[in-house]
Design a protein around this ligand. Structure first.
Ligand code: PLP
Length: 460
C-alpha cells in the first residue's frame, strides 16, 4: 500500500518544463512594456535564483547540501488509496504522493528549503513573504530556521483570523507574522484607509512583502514567493520525479490520469510536469489542475499579461488572470484564492496539454470527509479539490469499466484547518461560484495592459 524510496534513490536533478514547451514561454514585461532583464529582478531575488527563473536548461542539479536538508522528510511515500478504491467499487488504481509528511505539513518546504539555502549562499540575512492559508509562511519560517535567516510573513487577514495555529507555528520556528493589510507598509495603509474591513488577498500581501524587502537599504533582505514563478515550480518537480520511480518500483507501466489542486500552480506542476514531458513525447495522459469555482483562473479567466500583486510592484507575467485587483470570496482553501496562475502552467493550458476543472467548496468538503473516513488522513481544504476530482475520475472508470491508473498530489494535511471542517459539519458553509458580473468587473484592471500573443502548435 506504500512505496518508499531510500535517500540514495532521491532524484538528483530538478526538471524544467521551459526546455520542452512546444511553444517557448513568453518573457515577463517591465513597466515600459519591454522584457524584464535578470538584473531588473535583483533587488527582489538573489541572482542564483534569478538564473533558475530564466533558465531553459532541461535538468538542473540539486546541490548536495540541499538534498541533505530535504532528507528530513524526503523522499515522500507514494500510497495506494486501497480503501477509497474499495468504497467507490472502482476498477481504477489510485495512487497519491503524501506531501503532508513534511515538517510544515505540505509540499511547500520542497521550495522553501532550496530558496532559503540559495539566499543564504548569496549573503542574504532576512526574507519577507506573504502567505494565504499559512502553509507557505510556516514552510518558509521552518526553512529559514534551518539555514539561519530571519523571516517576516504577511498573512492574508481572513486566514490570520481563521487559522491562528499557523501563525504560532511560524513563531515557533522564529519568524514574525503580521496580518495583511498591515499598517507597516504604504500599500497596506492605503488599502486600510479605503477598506478597513477587507479580508485581504494574496495580491495585497505580496505587495506588502515586496515593498518591505526592497525598502531595506542594507541590501540584505530579499523576497521569497511560494508559488507561480518558474524556479518555484522547478523545485517542486522532485515530487513527480520521485513518483515516477515509485510507480516503476510497484510495476505500473502507464499512468492514465494525473491530478493536482492549483492555486498558483506549484504542487500541481511539481507532480505533473514530468508527466507533461511524457505527453509531449506522445503518451496519452489526462492531466488535470483543479481550482475552486470561486476563483476560476484557468477555467474562466483569459490568458493575459498581468501583475502578480495589487500594487503592481511585480513585472507583468503571461498567465491566466482574474485581474490583480481580484479579492476572492472567503472560501476555506486560502491557498487557492490567488488571482493569477503560474506562467508555465498557463502556457501548458494554452497549448492544450492540460484539462483544467473547477470544483465547488461543498463538494470538496464532502470529498474530504469521505477520504478521511476511508483513507484516514485529514486533507487540507486545498487538497480536497484534487480529491473531489479523483473521486469523479474513479467513478467514471467504474462506469466505463476501465482499469485506469490515477495519480494525484496529496498536497498537505488539514490538521490546522479544522475550523473549516467544523463550519462544514455544522452546515454553515456555502458555494461561491464567481458571478459573471464580478469577473467582468475584476478583468477591467487588465484591460489596458499589453496583450500576449496566444501561440500553440495545435498538437493537443
Ligand atoms: C496544502 C496546499 N495545497 C495546495 C496549495 C496551493 O498552492 P499551489 O497551487 O502553489 O500548490 C496550497 C497553498 O497554500 C496549500 O497549502
Amino acid at each position: 500500500m506504500k512505496v518508499f524510496l531510500s535517500e540514495e534513490e532521491i532524484p538528483r536533478q530538478w526538471y524544467n518544463l521551459a526546455a520542452d514547451l512546444p511553444t517557448p514561454l513568453l518573457p515577463p514585461l517591465g513597466p515600459d512594456g519591454n522584457p524584464v532583464r535578470p538584473e531588473d529582478l535583483s533587488p527582489v531575488f538573489p541572482m542564483n535564483l534569478i538564473e533558475q527563473e530564466v533558465s531553459d536548461k532541461r535538468w538542473i542539479d540539486i546541490p548536495e547540501e540541499v538534498l541533505q536538508l530535504l532528507y528530513q522528510w524526503r523522499p515522500s511515500p507514494l500510497h495506494r488509496a486501497v480503501y477509497l478504491e474499495k468504497a467507490l467499487k472502482t476498477p481504477a488504481r489510485i495512487y497519491y504522493k503524501n506531501e503532508g509528511v513534511s515538517p510544515a505539513g505540505s509540499h511547500k518546504p520542497n521550495t522553501a528549503v532550496p530558496q532559503a539555502w540559495y539566499n543564504k549562499q548569496f549573503g542574504i540575512e532576512r526574507l519577507t513573504t506573504e502567505t494565504g492559508a499559512g502553509q507557505w509562511g510556516s514552510a518558509l519560517s521552518y526553512a529559514c530556521a534551518l539555514v539561519g535567516l530571519k523571516c517576516k510573513v504577511f498573512m492574508v487577514r481572513i486566514s490570520f483570523e481563521q487559522k491562528p495555529f499557523r501563525k504560532l507555528m511560524m513563531n515557533v520556528w522564529g519568524a514574525e507574522c503580521v496580518p495583511s493589510p498591515s499598517t507597516e507598509t504604504k500599500t497596506g495603509r492605503d488599502i486600510l484607509e479605503h477598506d478597513p474591513d477587507t479580508p485581504g488577498s494574496l495580491g495585497i500581501a505580496i505587495s506588502e512583502a515586496v515593498e518591505t524587502a526592497v525598502a531595506d537599504t542594507t541590501g540584505k533582505t530579499r523576497y521569497s514567493l511560494g508559488s507561480v514563478l518558474n524556479h518555484v515550480l522547478l523545485h517542486q518537480t522532485i515530487i513527480g520525479l520521485e513518483a515516477k520511480k515509485q510507480l516503476a518500483k510497484i510495476g505500473e507501466k502507464k499512468v492514465d490520469v494525473v491530478i493536482g489542486c492549483a492555486g498558483g500552480g506549484s504542487n500541481f506542476a511539481g507532480l505533473s510536469f514530468p508527466f507533461v514531458l511524457d505527453k509531449i513525447n506522445g503518451a496519452q495522459i489526462d492531466i488535470i489542475p483543479v481550482e475552486p469555482t470561486s476563483c476560476p483562473t484557468l477555467t474562466r479567466a483569459p490568458f493575459a499579461y498581468d501583475h502578480g500583486d495589487v500594487a503592481k510592484m511585480t513585472p507583468l507575467l503571461p498567465m491566466h488572470s482574474l485581474g490583480h485587483e481580484f479579492v476572492s470570496p472567503p472560501i476555506h482553501a486560502g491557498g487557492l484564492r490567488y488571482h493569477g496562475m503560474a506562467p508555465l502552467v498557463s502556457a501548458a493550458v494554452v497549448e492544450g496539454l492540460l484539462t483544467p476543472k473547477a470544483m465547488n467548496q461543498l463538494k470538496c468538503y464532502e470529498s474530504a470527509l469521505f477520504w478521511a473516513r476511508t483513507e484516514g488522513f485529514i486533507p487540507a481544504p486545498e487538497t480536497s479539490h484534487a480529491i473531489a476530482a479523483v473521486i469523479d475520475e474513479a467513478v467514471k472508470a467504474r462506469e466505463e469499466g476501465k482499469e485506469k491508473v490515477i495519480l494525484f498530489n496529496w498536497s498537505g494535511h488539514g490538521l490546522m484547518d479544522l475550523k473549516g471542517y467544523e463550519s462544514y459539519m455544522e452546515g454553515r458553509l456555502t458555494d461561491y461560484p464567481l458571478p459573471e458580473e464580478d469577473l467582468q468587473k475584476s478583468l477591467k484592471s487588465i484591460e489596458n495592459l499589453p496583450k500576449p500573443k496566444v501561440a500553440k502548435t495545435g498538437r493537443w
